[in-house]
Design a protein around this ligand. Sequence first.
Ligand code: HEM
Length: 144
Amino acid sequence: MSKAPNPFSTAAANASEEDIRTLVHTFYGRVREDDLIGPIFNAKVENWPEHLEKLCDFWSSVVLRTRRFQGRPMRAHLLIADQISGAHFDRWLDLFEATAKDVLPEGAAPVFIERARMIADSFEFGIATQRGEMVQPRHVKRAG
Ligand code: HEM
């Protein structure tokens, strides 16, 4: 019996581990230079080689389904929720999308971009919930 094709397989993504490496290193190189989001990363990340390694594992897990990243990334972002707003997410995605289009092979960028937008949304929802901007007001309104 043949298996259904995995939409997130290497073939679907048309990207290799080496491509992910180039993407992650180029992207965070640009992030560090960015006037809006650079300072947040530069203040928080103590060991850049380690951070980049982790992010290569993360993207390998997300796009190539290698399960190399075992962390829970929401937490890292909830911890800096007081420093990030919609403008920061927009800038992060602007830089990520431009870098993906610059460095990835033909056809691969849309897969990474789609995943990045979904994950950014989930972080933003998590942060809003923590701030009580979405979930808590509904509870409060419906209490009693
Ligand atoms: C406003 C946008 C964002 C900012 C300012 C931001 C900032 C950061 C910072 C400062 C860290 C390091 C935390 C630490 O070392 O203690 C981190 C970790 C991380 N970020 Fe982001 N981030 C943003 C968006 C995203 C998005 C959209 C993704 C994924 C698509 C992402 C994926 C990750 C991952 C996987 C980690 C590692 C988490 C861990 O250590 O478990 N980030 N981020």
